[in-house]
Design a protein around this ligand. Structure first.
Ligand code: SAH
Length: 251
């Protein structure tokens, strides 16, 4: 059996109970060594075979999975955060489908929610935004033109920008154009939930300078929007004057 497992953002206790159990039982673990904490591997059996996919190709990863499957071994493919977001799991699953090998996908805590927790905020505030956009700036991987950062920013939704910190100047420029103002709050969270986590909260005006001063150029989330600072409305759910399925309004 092959299990794609989300390891969570960093802190080893932020894997799911199910993910941890699969790691404990695994005969083979292929982990994304560039971002997944080694500490997860301490939960594996002594005889568990451990491979770091950082230096492997897709074909090599599949080969390890296939050989495990042939021996009826339990294989865990450990991805950072949640595997369904920038995890490059689809291409693995499609090959496994072609080969008739079954698999499961176990979700994880993504770095975008971990980063929002680190700054103690909520993406979805009544009267501010009820939408979260997860995106990235174009790098070596292209982004469809219709999803250009400037265009997305024009919606004024809450945004979590992955894989883009090394292009912070470009990001800020596009956001300024898209929002049409430069006082929009923005946070950069470096290595959310790791011991060396760093957070910076500022505006489009000062963030790039501060990110550079801290020397942050990888493994960071860029969170943008008025959910970070400013007014919002109270939720209807906990409003005494509002009834719902589980609670009657007080008179
Ligand atoms: N599947 C992962 C994302 C992988 S893409 C997830 O759900 O989080 C890698 C990008 O994720 C990094 O460039 C960075 O933008 C972000 N990232 C991953 N771990 C992070 C962390 N602990 N703190 C901040 N950003 C992180």
């Amino acid at each position: 059996m092959i299990s794609f497992v989300g390891a969570g953002p960093g802190d080893v206790d932020l894997i799911t109970v199910k993910g941890r159990r699969l790691l404990e039982e695994a005969d083979i673990v292929i982990y994304a060594g560039s971002l997944v904490s080694n500490e997860h591997l301490k939960f594996c059996k002594d005889e568990c075979e451990i491979k770091n996919s950082a230096s492997m190709t897709l074909e090599e990863v599949i080969e390890v999975m296939e050989s495990g499957e042939r021996k009826a071994q339990k294989v865990v493919r450990l991805h950072t955060g949640d595997p369904t977001i920038y995890g490059a799991i689809r291409e693995q699953m499609d090959i496994l489908d072609d080969k008739g090998i079954s698999y499961e996908v176990v979700p994880g805590v993504s770095s975008f929610t971990a980063a929002c927790s680190a700054i103690k905020r909520e993406f979805t505030l009544p009267g501010v935004s009820q939408t979260v956009i997860l995106t990235r700036i174009e790098g070596r991987t292209s982004v469809p033109e219709s999803e250009d950062l400037e265009k997305l920013a024009s919606y004024g939704a809450s945004m979590a920008i992955f894989l883009s910190i090394q292009q912070i100047d470009n990001v800020v420029e596009k956001l300024k154009k898209g929002y049409g103002r430069s006082d929009v709050p923005i946070a950069v969270v470096y290595k959310a939930t790791w011991e060396d986590e760093k957070t910076i909260i500022g505006t489009l005006e000062d963030i790039a300078e501060r990110v550079k001063a801290e020397g942050i150029n990888k493994t960071a989330q860029i969170l943008v929007g008025d959910f970070i600072y400013g007014k919002y409305e109270r939720s209807k759910l906990y409003d005494p004057k509002f009834s719902h399925e589980y609670r009657k309004a007080s008179k």
